[in-house]
Design a protein around this ligand. Structure first.
Ligand SMILES: Cc1cc2nc3c(=O)[nH]c(=O)nc-3n(C[C@H](O)[C@H](O)[C@H](O)COP(=O)(O)OP(=O)(O)OC[C@H]3O[C@@H](n4cnc5c(N)ncnc54)[C@H](O)[C@@H]3O)c2cc1C
Length: 438
């Protein structure tokens, strides 16, 4: 029946031999690889099905120049270091994909690449689930959805119907050469939007960057990267997003060796900042008058981290050099003091719009009772409301760090422990049953 040791990481034409499995993991990104490691350690028979290749999102779902937002010492799983890199360097996206492939190979993860899971339904007349795949049907006692936090690029409904403009989501942006000559409007100033805007501006493009509410940590402070500060201050472990801040984006970059995102600095560099993009009509785009507020609230967030860091240093008597220059503020540029509220795209020479406006999830293949009326996964730390169905890798699954490389590893451990515990209950036999079996 089951050939669990088969590790075909590249897509093959071979059918999936397995027809029954205890636990099926769907998706072999970092979440699926972490799940497989933990289940393997606990002796849980399992199989990972991946429709493309291991870490496909890092291979083909990101722009060419992307590097990790966190340094190599941090953005990794506990069991393997980036041995070829300086621990403070930011690995390229290809290096991260190779890392997960190496990691899966290290424990011979039972991953079948090139197999799509198309439907999962709970069995009516027996335990477990029927899983329809592109290579046949599998019976599974449990299913772990590890299909990613960022599956479906979201372009808001305000996007204009205008053939003169090239419009793409940041998921489809690769490099400046892909865009027609002319200026670009980048909508969204989280980590993707600011990095893309910066890259386009450095390539000689005129760029308008639409900036909404954001958090803006310092890249580093007092000789420590912000990932370290978030760790020691307990902020990665924050359990739920503050009300109203569930979707506040975080503007951070590992590009060019890593630097703090400073919107005033981007403006002085030549990028024109505008407020939240509100609407398009007859070739004219309207922006909200919220740019200065958004930047001021980003500053507050930035300064609050410096304050918390200083207090931590003092409380713990740490010998970390003071860094008063981190509090230096560039003067507000004209685009902030006299914000553009309307822009005629043709007159401004804008030929493309990059929508760096985030993603949603798609669980249409998972036909079980694990969602609320709005289709949102219902779970507690990944253990869903449908017994036997689990999620890993979702935003805020257990805490702020849940979608990040190191965070998903810990969430997967919790889910694997739950699965192993449930298997123990199922395996339990009372005295009479034990006697009958003797
Ligand atoms: C631009 C960008 C930069 C990021 N940078 C960092 C960073 O520097 N550090 C960090 O820690 N995090 C970063 N993240 C966040 C996070 O680490 C990544 O999004 C990561 O790819 C999430 O891993 P995952 O395994 O949860 O999902 P994914 O990597 O999306 O993996 C899900 C897998 O499931 C497969 N799949 C989906 N549906 C099916 C199906 N029906 N059947 C079979 N297979 C299926 C997909 O092909 C995919 O390979 C970044 C995210 C983005 C968008």
């Amino acid at each position: 029946m089951t050939d669990l040791n088969q590790s075909a990481f590249q897509p093959t034409e071979k059918p999936v031999e397995t027809t029954e499995i205890d636990t099926l993991i769907v998706g072999a990104g970092q979440a699926g690889v972490a799940m497989s490691e933990h289940l393997g350690k606990l002796g849980v028979p399992h199989l990972v099905l991946e429709r493309k290749r291991i870490a496909e999102a890092w291979r083909t779902g990101r722009w060419d120049s992307l590097v990790a937002n966190g340094p190599a010492w941090h953005d990794r799983f506990p069991g393997l270091e980036f041995e070829d890199l300086d621990p403070d360097a930011f690995p390229s996206k290809e290096r991260i994909a190779a890392y997960f492939e190496d990691y899966a190979r290290k424990f011979d993860a039972p991953i079948r690449a090139g197999v799509e899971v198309r439907k999962v339904t709970r069995n009516a007349d027996r335990p477990g689930f029927t899983v329809e795949t592109s290579e046949g049907v599998i019976q599974a006692n449990r299913v772990v959805a590890a299909t990613g936090p960022f599956q479906q690029p979201v372009i808001p409904a305000i996007a204009p119907q205008d053939d003169r403009l090239m419009q793409i989501h940041s998921a489809d942006y690769r490099n400046p050469r892909q865009l027609p000559a002319g200026a670009a409007l980048v909508v969204g100033a989280g980590s993707s939007g600011v990095q893309i805007a910066d890259e386009l501006q450095r390539a000689g493009r005129q760029v308008y960057l639409s900036v909404g509410p954001h958090d803006r940590p310092p890249r580093s402070y007092r000789n420590r990267d912000f990932v370290w500060w978030l760790g020691v201050l307990g902020l990665w472990d924050q359990e739920a997003a503050q009300p109203g801040k569930e979707h506040v984006t975080i503007a951070v970059s590992g590009a060019h060796g890593g630097h703090t995102i400073d919107f005033r600095n981007l403006a002085h560099q030549g990028i024109t900042l505008v407020g939240v993009t509100q609407s398009f009509k007859d070739g004219v785009v309207t922006f909200q008058a919220d740019l200065a507020d958004n930047i001021a609230r980003g500053d507050e967030n930035y300064l609050s981290l410096l304050d918390a860091a200083d207090a931590y240093v003092e409380r713990n008597h740490l010998d970390l050099p003071e860094e008063p220059e981190a509090r230096f503020k560039y003067p507000d540029p004209p685009c902030v003091t006299e914000p553009i509220l309307e822009l005629d795209l043709a007159k401004a020479g804008v030929t493309s719009i990059i929508w760096a406006t985030g993603y949603s999830v798609d669980f249409s293949w998972l036909d079980v009772n694990a969602f609320d009326a709005k289709g949102k996964p219902q779970h507690q730390r990944g253990v869903s409301s449908e017994p036997g169905v689990y999620f890993v890798g979702l935003p805020w699954l257990s805490r702020r760090g849940s979608t990040f490389i190191w965070g998903v590893w810990h969430d997967a451990k919790h889910v694997a422990d739950h699965i192993a515990t449930q298997r123990k209950y199922s395996a339990y036999r009372d005295a009479a049953q034990r006697q009958a079996n003797d």
